[in-house]
Each structure stands twice: as structure tokens, then as C-alpha cells.
Design a binder for this molecule. Sequence first.
Ligand SMILES: Cc1ncc(COP(=O)(O)O)c(C=O)c1O
Length: 448
Amino acid sequence: MTTVEQAVLVSRDAAHLVHPLHNPSAHSGARVWVGGEGAYLVDADGNRFIDCLSGLWNNTAGNGRTELADAAAQQMRQMGFASGYIGSSNPRAIELAERLAAITYPDINHFYLTSGGGEATDSNIKLARYYWKLKGKPEKTKVISRIWGYHGVTFAGMCATGIAPYWEMFKPLIPGFVHIPSPYPYLYEAPAGAASQGIAAADELEKKILEEGPDTVALFIAEPVQGAGGVLVPQDDYFPRIREICDKYEVLLVSDEVITGFGRTGRMFGLEHWGVKPDLIQFAKAITSGYFPLGGIGISDEIASVMNESGSPWMHAYTYSSHPVGCAVALAMLDIIEQEDFVGQAREKGKRLLVKLKEALADHPNVGDVRGLGLMCGVEFVKDKPSKTMFEASEAIGPKIHAATVERGMFSRVRGDAYCIAPPIVTDEDTLDRIPQILAEAVNSVLG
Ligand SMILES: Cc1ncc(COP(=O)(O)O)c(C=O)c1O
């Protein structure tokens, strides 16, 4: 039910605010969020919703965490800002880099901080190009990423992102950004005779590197579990094979851990599931549970030493790199992650959620796939299950199911006809069990 309060706010909003993915008609039924308690959001009418996507995959600690608020306030009182440019630093950034070195992959020990994930993508691409120049291979500039991959919408991030609607109105893309299919277990079709679906999907990278020329490819960027693309969990043999291919052709492997970092999948970082070590990582979102915009990249010892020995400055800079308040919030968040065992919680709650999602939905004739890893799940709807025929986009099944969940007190996002589920890691079991129930009710109301 929409009361005057919410309606008035939405109309004032429409007068002056431009939103991400802006379109006024899509905004007319907007919710104006005014409060939050743990895994719940409260709108301007006082309605409570399960925050089924942790905000935008980031708010793993939930709303109302006074530790994070206190860390920000204390740092703001002491020093709200100081330059992080070369020649300046601050204790919180130094402590954060030390903590990150201890918890990320063993070879990743050097960190450059940004305000979010898209800036991190650009930073990694620019660093990789610089690295190859320093190594005497200046032609290695190309970026390979995956269809359905999401790496942000800064210009280079957008070009790496493999979701075509993000490109159309801004084309031409930067030359040298190329895409391969995702290891989409539900839909990827391996060629006849392939060793396995995962190996075949990974071999798409080798094929593309050979097509483009190994001497021209700088990096391959991939999310351990694709989030915005609809929660695509790769096969167990996919990333080990990707690592082999990257090594064979001297292509840097960049793990985009913007969603998967800091426990979401039931490991601290996503590639740990498969024992694979990346050359570069990027992170954002849960490092502050979304309470402050902070992201960054993690650099291997090898790359950092080449960079450090070059003797010349890396001409890359953001005003808010190493922001002391962001770093203070991140340090408080790392305490929460460790003290409350977010990794273990995501693993156990994720298992429970996936079982219950399958129980509630897998038999429905239009539920093609129920998938997940840790506290990150996706449910994909299809018109015809045996043939995996998709609904027409004009039928707007995903948006209708989303609307039906909102009516029932749950808020998330869809990618086409895939419903994404990534609630806060602090979500209690009763609330967690409500998610499959609400989704099943919504699906039945839309699809019968
Ligand atoms: C995997 C991944 N990389 C990068 C980004 C971009 O981050 P930001 O929106 O902070 O620029 C996102 C955002 O959802 C993401 O999911």
C-alpha cells in the first residue's frame, strides 16, 4: 500500500534525482527507504522488507551496526580526510593493507584503494597494461572477460562487463575488449567430445587468446561466482583450467571479488573454493558492508616488485584513495567478519537456503534452475523446462515475479528471468526460511 508520505517523496525524487539505470517510468513505483534493522529494510510507509540482496550485494552485516557507525564517527572527529597520494598516508590505511595482506591469497600483499568496484576494474586494467610495458611486452593490452560478467560501468569497466544492454548507447567500445561465453552450467553447451563442460567453457579462453594473439592479451578478468549476471556458479574444474591457460600464454588472471570477497560464498575469497591463485584481485562492497564507499585492488608480489623497480610513477590516482574514514570502517568490518565467523555463517546458511529453495521451487514447471554457492543463490525461470526455452523479454516474467515478492515483503533484483538471492550474512534462520516461501508464493501468483 502506498501512503501519501511515500508518494510525495517519490514525486519530489522524480523532480531532481537521476538514478543509476535511470528511467522515470521504472521509478514510479519506487520505494523510499528510511530505515533498516539487521536483514530488514523499512520504507517511508513503515513497511518492512527482507533485504534479499543485502542492499546491492554489499550489506553483509545488515543495518544498524553501531560498531561501523562508531568507527566512522571516531575517525571523522580525529581526521576527516588527508591525502593518500604518494608522499602521504594515514594509520588506518596502513592497518587495513596489513589486515588485507593477512587474509587475501598468499601472493597478494600490496593494495591500492578506490571508492568502489568500477574504479577497481579500471585500476587493474591500467596496472596490467603498465606491467606488460615494464616487462617489455607493450603489445599486451587486450582484456578478455565473459558474457554475463559484471565489472562496473566506468568506461573501461563497462567494456569489460559482458552484458550488452550496458554498451548499446555508449558504443563504440574501447578497442581490444573481447568476451567469451560464461561457464553457465545450466545453459553452456560443451562441444561434442569435450572432457567436461567446465573444461570446455575454460577452453573458450584459450581459443580467444589464440584468435587475438597471445602477445596482445594483457589480462583475463572474471568473478569467481558471477553475481549481477544471475548468480552463475562455475564447474569445479573451470578455474583450475583457466589458471593453466593464463600461465601458458602469460595472461594475468584478475579475480573480481567485488561480490564474492569477505565471506559471501563461504570462503573468505571466491577462488579459494578451487585452490586457484590470481595475479590481481579487486574488491569493494562488503569490505565496509556498504556503510562507506570503499574498494580496491590487491596486487601480487611479482607485479608489485616490477612496478616498484621501474623507478617511474604509476600515473593513476583518485582523491579518495586510502580514505581514512573508509579504512576505519573497513577495519571495524573486518573485526565483525572475523569475530562473527562470517565465512562459516555464509557456508552453513547458504547450504540451508539452497536446500529450502530446491524444496520449494525445483518441481515447479517453470523453474529451470536453482543454484548457489554460500549465501549467493539464483533461481532461473523458463517457459518450457525440458527444452530450456526462455520466456519472451516482453512477457517480463522476472520483473513480475520481483513485483510479486515486493508485495509480500521481500526486495531483491532480477537479471532477466533469474531471481538473485544474497541476503545479509547475519540473516536469522526464520527469516532465511521465509525467502523460499515468499519466492514460491510469488512464482505461483505469476505463473500459476
Ligand atoms: C563483480 C562486480 N565488479 C564490479 C562492480 C562495480 O562496482 P561499483 O558499482 O562499486 O562500481 C560490481 C557491482 O555490482 C560487481 O558486482
